[in-house]
Design a protein around this ligand. Structure first.
Ligand SMILES: Nc1ncnc2c1ncn2[C@@H]1O[C@H](COP(=O)(O)OP(=O)(O)O)[C@@H](O)[C@H]1O
Ligand SMILES: [Mg+2]
Length: 289
């Protein structure tokens, strides 16, 4: 009799473990199916100037999205809002399944406070057109300060990780160089390593090759290509490098006047654009080359 009871108890335990496993799998599936980034009816205005109007855009986990479009169409604003460098006027931005621009308070969504913004923004890294390296710090120092002060890493841990990242971007021999001693391409690769040192899940690139001499563009694009294939990263990239966008991205969004005028897989958007604006833009860009 007691054997039967023990047997039953074991069975019950196994069932509850199974239930927990099922719940865990369901939770993981839900997280994996949620977009990594979601812009939901986002509007951005500067005074009376409407820059983005009801932007709706979902970016899947590990998706590589290139943003193209004429100057002033709102491309940089999209990235800056995601990096919380700009406040939005309407809508909600979500990152990794939680609101970035808002937080839940007593069951209500309210605008996020600084602490919430900082925490969620920690999942995002950004590289700018003009490097923005600290001029008084070496390449290595540029990559260790924030991981120590923000992530709480020990100096030794941070230096080991920074050295690995500088190696990954092909700069292991330049660790102790100051920005002034580096070429534009090298500076940009340090900026990429610095952003990665914060262990982001999402990387934003805003025209990161536009300020470079043409012969240095390739070395930066090679690093981005490598990041895309070797790391689990969601990437959102504003670029004028159409050949790279075509080869690298899963999807291209063409912005015009603060809206996504057209989007699709690169082969379709470049090969068979549906909108006159897209055709005009692409032929103007290709003619300028
Ligand atoms: N801080 C600002 N104050 C006022 N207007 C701005 C500001 N930043 C951007 N804008 C305007 O917003 C529009 C979109 O700018 P931006 O996102 O930088 O475009 P893009 O990156 O596509 O060239 C432009 O008309 C620009 O002049
Ligand atoms: Mg811009």
């Amino acid at each position: 009799m007691s054997e039967t009871i023990v047997g039953l108890e074991n069975l019950t335990k196994r069932c509850s473990v199974l239930e927990e496993l099922k719940l865990g799998i369901a939770r993981t599936e839900k997280v994996m199916s949620e977009p990594m980034v979601r812009f939901e009816n986002v509007a951005k205005r500067y005074g009376t100037l409407s820059v983005l109007d009801e932007l709706n855009l979902d970016i899947a986990r590990n998706e590589k999205v290139c943003i193209i479009g004429p100057s002033g169409s709102g491309k940089t604003t999209v990235l800056r809002m995601l990096m919380t460098l700009e406040r939005i006027n309407e809508g909600v931005i979500w990152v990794d399944g939680e609101p970035l621009t808002h937080m839940r308070k007593n069951g209500q969504m309210v605008p996020a406070n600084e602490r919430h913004l900082r925490r969620v923004r920690g999942k995002i890294g950004m590289v700018f057109q003009h490097f923005n390296l600290f001029p008084h710090m070496t390449a290595l120092q540029n990559c260790v300060e924030a991981p120590i002060s923000v992530l709480g890493l020990s100096r030794q841990e941070a230096e080991t990780r920074a050295a690995e990242l500088l190696d990954m971007v092909g700069l292991s021999d330049k660790k102790n160089h100051f920005p002034i001693q580096l070429s534009g391409g090298q500076k940009q690769r340090v900026a990429i390593a610095r952003a990665l040192a914060m262990r982001p899940k999402v990387m934003l690139f805003d025209e990161v090759t536009s300020a470079l001499d043409p012969e240095l563009v390739g070395e930066v694009l090679n690093v981005i290509r490598k990041l895309g294939t070797e790391h689990d990263l969601t990437m959102l990239m504003v670029t004028h490098q159409m050949a790279f966008a075509k080869e690298f991205s899963d999807r291209v969004c063409f912005f015009y006047g603060g809206k996504i005028a057209e989007q699709g897989p690169p082969d379709q958007l470049f090969g068979d654009p549906q909108h006159e604006r897209t055709r005009q833009f692409l032929s103007a860009v290709l003619e300028a080359r």
